[in-house]
Design a binder for this molecule. Structure first.
Ligand code: CMP
Length: 139
């Protein structure tokens, strides 16, 4: 059993694909252990993406992530970090496999609909960034 953080980004929320994204998780056997909709401030987006602060796209990315509400979720299941990444597809939607969320809905490398933790250490940091222990179902 493993946990990962998933975000439906402002472009995904604006496109009305919240249900479609969640359906893909559920039909692949992934459980939603926590979920909420929030609108990040610039400072909150900068803190979440601090690992990218030296990258040229940091300012644009953190602007985009504050441009509208997002849906944050804790996903749970066996090998869920890798499984979620497969369902999302490559960061660059042009390189994503057919049938992945990003191939189907992303419009550019930044507006790529979803975020998912890339490793267990980042998953732990990212889950804690958005949820406290009481907000995560423990079954
Ligand atoms: P995400 O998986 O949330 O991780 C970092 C985000 O930065 C990425 O998805 C994209 O939304 C955004 N981004 C913008 N430009 C790039 C780039 N050139 N390479 C990687 N990520 C980028």
């Amino acid at each position: 059993m493993e946990r990962t953080l998933s975000i439906i980004k402002p472009d995904g929320v604006a496109k009305n694909v919240i249900g479609e994204v969640i359906k893909r998780f559920e039909t692949n056997g992934i459980k939603i252990a926590a979920m909420k909709m929030i609108h990040l401030t610039k400072t909150q987006a900068q803190g979440f993406y601090a690992v990218h602060k030296e990258r040229p796209f940091y300012d644009s990315l953190t602007d985009f992530m504050t441009s509208g509400p997002i849906v944050v979720m804790v996903l749970e299941g066996k090998d869920v970090i890798a499984k979620n990444r497969k369902i999302m597809g490559a960061t660059n939607f042009e390189e994503a496999e057919a049938g992945t969320i990003r191939k189907d809905y992303a419009t550019n490398i930044e507006k790529n609909v979803v975020h998912g933790s890339d490793a267990s250490e980042t998953a732990a940091f990212e889950i804690k960034y958005f949820f406290n222990a009481l907000e995560i179902q423990n079954k």
